[in-house]
Design a protein around this ligand. Structure first.
Ligand SMILES: Nc1ncnc2c1ncn2[C@@H]1O[C@H](COP(=O)(O)OP(=O)(O)OP(=O)(O)O)[C@@H](O)[C@H]1O
Length: 468
C-alpha cells in the first residue's frame, strides 16, 4: 500500500478505514498484490507470527505460507476457501490454518488478494471423530452408589475446565468411560478423543506414536511421515491410558511437551504447537513407583492436577444389579435373545463374588450367561466356573461379605494394611498365574520388585500355617 501522505484526503480516509477494519479482525489477514507480494498484514498476523509489519511486507507470500497453491490462486484471481496451509512463525512454531482467498480486481484485471487464516484443526474433526468415536456420556455411566453418583458429579464439574486429569483405579473399573464422558461434556467435545494405551505399544514405537515422525527419520518410516497422537488430538482430548507403563525416557519428553505445549516430530526440525487436553489413567501405584525411581515425580505433579479415583466394584456392590440389567438388556438386543431372570441363589453368588476384573468382568459374565443359558431362569449352575466355585482358600475374607451392604456399613471392608496387601498379591497371582512369568507380571502390576513379591509370599505362607 502506498504511504498515506501521497494520497488525497478521501483516499487517506479510506485507507485508514481499511487498516482499522483489518486490525479488528481477530484472525491473521494479509493483503497481497497481483503477484503475491505482501502489501499489508494486520496486527493479529504480526502478533501471532511474531513478525513486524516491515518484516512481513518485504516478503512474498510463498516465503511465509507453505502448501495449498496459494500463489497460483492469487495470480489467477480465484476465490477459494478452506485451503489447508502451514505457517512457520519467527520462533519456528508451525501453525496450521485454513486459508480463505478473496481476489481484488481493478478494471477487471487481478490487482491482488485478501487472505484470511483461521485455525485449521476443526476441518479435520469430523474425520477424527469418525476414527475415534466417543461412546460414553455421563448418562451412559451406570451405577447409583453414592460413590459413583458423587464421582459423576465431580467429573461433570471439572469437565469444562481445560485442566489435566489423572484417573486412578483398578483395571476394568471404567477409567476410560469417565475420560470419554468428560471429553463429551468439555469445550473440546467437537474435537477428537484420541486414546493411546502406553502398555499395549512396544517401547520402541511409543515415541513415534505419540509425537509422529518425518519421512526418512528411521528405517521403515512411512513416505510423507506420520502424525503422532498429539497432532491427531489437536482441538480435542488425548487419553493416555496405563501411563505408569511409560518408559522413563519418554516420561521426560512428555513432561517437556506438557510444559512447553509444543512438539517436534521424530527426525523433524519444525516446532508444532499443541492444543490438547491430556487425561491420563493408570491402575498402578505411581507413588510407590516414584519411590522406586520408576516414575518421575515432576511428571506425576504435572498430570495429577485433578485427581479422580474410580473405586473397584467390590466397594460399590450396590451398582451390581443395575450393571447386570444394563448389560443383559444390551446383550439381548445384540444377540436377538430374550432377557433372562436370575435365581436368588445365582444373584447371591454374583454379590458374594469379589469381581477382580470389575465392570469389564460383569460384561463378560453377562455375555457368557446370555450365550449359554438356554432357559429363561439363570441358576448357579449357569454361571461361569469362576463364580460357581468361589475359591474359599484364596479369598477367604471376601467370600464372607454379605450381599448388598454398603462400604461404610460393612466392617469387613476395612482390612488392615497387611490384609489388604495379601489380598492384592493373591489377586495379582490369580490374574497372572503362579508361573515365574506370571509372578514377574504380578510384581510389575503391583509396582514391586520380584524379590519383594517372593518375600511377601513367604510371609503369607508362614502366617497361613500359623493360623491353621
Ligand atoms: N459405570 C459403567 N457403566 C457402564 N459400563 C461401564 C461402566 N464402567 C465400565 N463400563 C464398561 O466396562 C468396560 C471397561 O471399562 P474401561 O475400559 O473404561 O475400564 P478401564 O478402567 O479403563 O480399564 P483398563 O485399566 O483395563 O484400561 C467397558 O467396556 C465399559 O463398557
Amino acid at each position: 500500500m502506498q504511504p498515506p501522505e501521497k494520497l488525497d484526503a478521501e483516499k487517506k480516509r479510506l485507507l485508514q478505514e481499511v487498516q482499522v477494519l483489518l486490525s479488528m479482525v481477530p484472525v491473521p489477514v494479509v493483503v497481497t498484490d497481483a503477484l503475491g507480494n505482501i502489501l499489508h498484514a494486520n496486527a493479529v498476523a504480526e502478533n501471532v507470527w511474531k513478525r513486524s509489519q516491515i518484516a512481513l511486507t518485504n516478503k512474498h507470500i510463498r516465503e511465509i505460507v507453505e502448501g495449498g497453491e496459494i500463489e497460483a490462486l492469487i495470480k489467477q484471481g480465484k476465490p477459494a476457501h478452506k485451503i489447508p496451509v502451514r505457517i512457520k512463525d519467527a520462533a519456528n512454531f508451525l501453525h496450521m490454518y485454513e486459508c480463505r482467498i478473496r481476489p481484488l480486481f481493478v478494471y477487471r484485471k487481478v490487482a491482488g488478494a485478501v487472505l484470511q487464516f483461521t485455525a485449521a484443526p476443526y476441518a479435520e474433526h469430523k474425520e477424527e471423530r469418525r476414527k475415534h468415536p466417543v461412546r460414553y456420556t455421563f448418562s451412559d455411566i451406570r451405577g447409583n452408589s453414592d460413590i459413583i453418583v458423587s464421582l459423576k458429579k465431580q467429573s461433570a464439574h471439572i469437565a469444562p475446565t481445560d485442566s489435566t486429569i489423572l484417573i486412578r483405579g483398578e483395571s476394568g473399573t471404567g477409567k476410560e468411560v469417565f475420560a470419554q464422558a468428560i471429553h463429551a461434556t468439555s469445550m473440546r467435545k467437537d474435537g477428537p478423543f484420541v486414546a493411546l494405551n502406553c502398555a499395549a505399544i512396544p517401547e520402541a514405537l511409543l515415541e513415534s506414536e505419540l509425537f509422529g515422525y518425518e519421512e526418512g527419520s528411521f528405517t521403515g518410516a512411512k513416505k510423507g511421515g506420520k502424525e503422532g497422537r498429539f497432532e491427531l488430538a489437536r482441538g480435542g482430548t488425548l487419553f493416555l491410558d496405563e501411563i505408569g507403563d511409560m518408559p522413563l525416557f519418554l516420561q521426560a519428553k512428555l513432561l517437556r511437551v506438557l510444559q512447553e505445549r509444543r512438539i517436534e516430530r521424530i527426525g523433524g526440525t519444525d516446532t508444532i504447537p499443541i492444543d490438547v487436553r491430556v487425561i491420563a489413567a493408570t491402575h498402578k501405584n505411581l507413588e510407590a513407583m516414584i519411590v522406586d525411581g520408576r516414575f518421575r515425580e515432576d511428571l506425576y505433579f504435572r498430570l495429577n492436577v485433578i485427581p479422580l479415583y474410580v473405586p473397584p466394584l467390590r466397594n460399590r456392590k450396590e451398582d451390581l444389579y443395575d450393571l447386570i440389567h444394563y448389560f443383559m438388556k444390551r446383550c439381548s438386543k445384540r444377540l436377538g435373545k430374550e432377557q433372562k431372570r436370575l435365581s436368588s441363589q445365582a444373584l447371591k453368588r454374583l454379590y458374594d463374588y469379589h469381581w477382580p476384573g470389575n465392570i469389564r468382568e460383569v460384561e463378560n459374565v453377562v455375555e457368557y450367561i446370555m450365550n449359554l443359558e438356554i432357559g429363561e431362569l439363570v441358576t448357579v449352575t449357569s454361571l461361569p466356573a469362576s463364580l460357581r466355585e468361589i475359591d474359599e482358600k484364596i479369598m477367604p475374607k471376601l467370600t464372607k461379605e454379605p450381599p448388598v451392604e454398603t462400604v461404610h456399613d460393612n466392617p469387613r471392608e476395612i482390612l488392615t494394611i497387611d490384609e489388604k496387601e495379601t489380598e492384592l498379591i493373591l489377586k495379582a497371582l490369580q490374574r497372572f498365574g503362579r508361573s515365574t512369568e506370571g509372578k514377574k507380571k504380578a510384581a510389575a502390576s503391583l509396582g514391586i520388585s520380584i524379590a519383594t513379591l517372593y518375600r511377601r509370599l513367604q510371609k503369607i505362607r508362614y502366617e497361613k500355617k500359623l493360623s491353621k
